[in-house]
Design a protein around this ligand. Structure first.
Ligand SMILES: [Zn+2]
Length: 434
């Protein structure tokens, strides 16, 4: 077993790395965390109390051999699998609490270029590594805690060929499928008690979550956290009116696949689906700022929208979801089948929303745009995607974390929703009083 103990210098460097990471945790993150708790949208799951803790992680090695090490407070059993196009290694774990530096995973070593971690589904955590080529897993082993050394899970990778990797993918994905690797979101429970009464049903869809962080702002704000907090605020406002039944596609920091989000809207027979984001835009567009409303189209309205949809549609790849596991009804065919009526309702709501937002917050120029967002592909649910702003812009980032701005934005969105449903609610009222 001794030959498997990682070199001391690697351990030392990693320890220093973790300490530095703790020190640089930004004030923004702390303030934001407090805000989340105040809103009742704490990202932590109460089940975490008993969860194992990952207290350190590091990669060492070169382009021939690479070692990935996790420091743990207890022994856990990983399930390792691969995915190609692009090459990824996936480590599935029981639900764990990650206590890692803010920048953990942003740069890799050897054959691991970057890696990420997070909750994949209730009870299940995941680490996804991006690889620079095909690898095979040479060995995986667990080292119990000794003296001041924590327990460690070690995964050794060696360079391999595309053919070998394909076989590895085939074998491991088959195995992981039989051990119920498919995410079972908590939101599954929603479908059981679909509709109660005649209230319009609104599905709010906070983007990203769990292992998919979405964008990260210049000041360290995470898109997945900001959009969840905002969705909770909007839900509260809508529920105050007692006019609607409001559901969220995720209620905590869990990953939900794009197709599952679409399915939730469909299963609940939602009357409106609003996906909420605060993305980053790339390629010299850092000055792009202001709220934007997107609807579905097969041809993007402009370059920025096209790039944004591309990034958004990557969510499942980021989380290591096997695309052929996706239900077949969420394919491009739906784009053609999308009923004209659904599309015109989506466009009508987008226009109503832009009108309301205009008087409340700063908008991008041409604020109603369109592109092929997979999350908007329900053929029977009017759907829009709202970018609250862009985290790539420091001014937007500052706004998005102020309570005053969020209040204005949520009020304007509620007003737009009231406007959209007013004719229907008036009709219902008429029927009741007759
Ligand atoms: Zn996003």
């Amino acid at each position: 077993m001794n030959k498997n103990v990682p070199k001391p210098e690697v351990e030392l460097a990693a320890a220093a790395f973790t300490r530095a990471g703790r020190l640089v945790q930004s004030a923004t993150t702390l303030i934001f965390f407090t805000f989340l708790i105040l809103l009742g949208g704490a990202p932590a799951n109460s089940a975490f109390a008993a969860a194992a803790k990952v207290i350190g992680a590091r990669v060492a090695g070169d382009d021939e051999r690479t070692r990935f090490v996790l420091d743990l407070d207890t022994q856990i059993k990983p399930a390792i699998s691969g995915l190609a196009q692009p090459y990824r290694l996936i480590i599935d774990l029981p639900e764990v609490e990650f206590q890692l530096a803010d920048d953990a995973g942003q740069s890799g070593r050897g054959m691991v270029t970057t890696w990420r971690y997070g909750l994949f589904a209730p009870g299940k955590s995941r680490i996804v590594m991006d690889l620079n080529g095909p690898v095979s897993v040479d060995k995986t082993f667990f080292l119990p805690a000794v003296d001041d050394q924590p327990a460690r899970l070690v995964v050794d990778l060696v360079k391999s060929s595309p053919e070998e990797f394909d076989t590895f993918v085939l074998n491991t994905r088959k195995a992981s499928k039989t051990t119920a690797s498919k995410p079972v979101p908590k939101t599954d429970r929603l479908s059981g008690d679909a509709r109660k009464g005649d209230k319009p049903l609104i599905v709010l869809d906070p983007g990203h979550g769990g292992i998919d962080n979405g964008a990260t702002g210049v000041g360290g704000t995470l898109e997945k956290a900001i959009v969840l907090a905002f969705a909770n605020l909007l839900k509260e406002k809508l529920e105050e009116s007692d006019l609607y039944d409001v559901r969220l596609t995720r209620e905590d920091d869990t990953f939900v696949s794009l197709s599952r989000r679409v399915e939730i809207g469909h299963e609940l027979e939602a009357d409106l689906f609003i996906s909420i984001h605060a993305d980053s835009v790339r390629r010299g567009r850092k000055y792009a700022r202001g709220a934007t409303v997107y609807t579905l189209s097969d041809k993007a309205s402009d370059q920025l929208s096209e790039e944004l949809a591309e990034v958004e549609n990557m969510s499942d790849i980021i989380a290591g979801v096997e695309l052929d596991e996706e239900p077949t009804d969420v394919t491009d065919i739906l784009l053609d089948l999308a009923k004209r009526e659904t599309r015109s309702f989506s466009n009508y709501f987008a226009k109503t929303l832009v009108t309301e937002l205009k008087s409340a917050v700063r908008l991008i120029n041409n604020p109603h745009r369109s592109a092929g967002f997979r999350v908007l592909k329900a053929h029977d649910v009017p759907s829009v995607l709202v970018e609250l702003g862009y985290l790539s812009n420091e001014h937007d980032e500052k706004l998005l974390i102020t309570e005053e701005w969020r209040e204005r934005m949520a009020n304007a969105m509620s007003d737009a929703i009231h406007g959209f449903f007013r004719p229907r609610l008036a009709r219902q009222k008429g029927t009741v009083s007759q």
